[in-house]
Ligand binder design. Structure first.
Ligand SMILES: [Zn+2]
Ligand SMILES: [Zn+2]
Length: 158
């Protein structure tokens, strides 16, 4: 397999994971796995949250794809595993570090897209119950939050 195909599979897997994350957030975390997700909405939030268990859960398919892919010399499987791992890392940076500031790494953003990502996720956090919710995704943002962010930064469309 050529290098470009590997990169392509990693990128496709990464974006497929945005959908997987959206679906599992909406239907599993706000469904029968609410017991693990609840403290992320209601607290108390210590250094560790029950919600962090999802990083471990999502690491399992990634690890299996990489390990089995290496054992059976399947670059496709390794690439899929790498795509899942990359998404997990991005999720950690965007959700835990950038939005919830569990590590103080960045100052406030002046970037329309990143501000929109944060605003959309804050809209998700306005709800504390399992049943009602919006904005279950992470990197895919509804247009209205882009408009919102533009206005907040004083860059409203004239
Ligand atoms: Zn939620
Ligand atoms: Zn959150």
């Amino acid at each position: 397999m050529i290098y470009l195909e590997t990169v392509f599979i990693v990128v496709v897997t990464f974006w497929a994971m945005e959908w997987v994350a959206w679906a599992s957030h909406k239907y599993l975390m706000h469904g029968f796995l609410w017991v693990l997700h609840r403290d992320h909405h209601r607290g108390p939030r210590g250094r560790l949250q029950r919600n962090d268990a999802f990083f471990v859960l999502f690491a399992i398919p990634s690890w299996l794809c990489i390990m089995l892919g290496m054992m059976h010399a399947s670059p496709i499987s390794v690439s899929i595993g790498a795509g899942i791992a990359l998404y997990g890392f991005a999720y950690f940076l965007v959700h835990e570090v950038f939005i919830h500031r569990r590590l103080k790494l960045w100052r406030d953003t002046k970037n329309v897209y990143w501000l929109a990502v944060r605003k959309a996720h804050m809209a998700h956090h306005r709800h504390v119950n399992r049943e009602d919710g919006e904005c279950f995704g992470m990197l895919w943002v509804a247009h209205r939050y882009i408009v919102d962010a533009r206005q907040a930064l004083g860059r409203g469309t004239p």
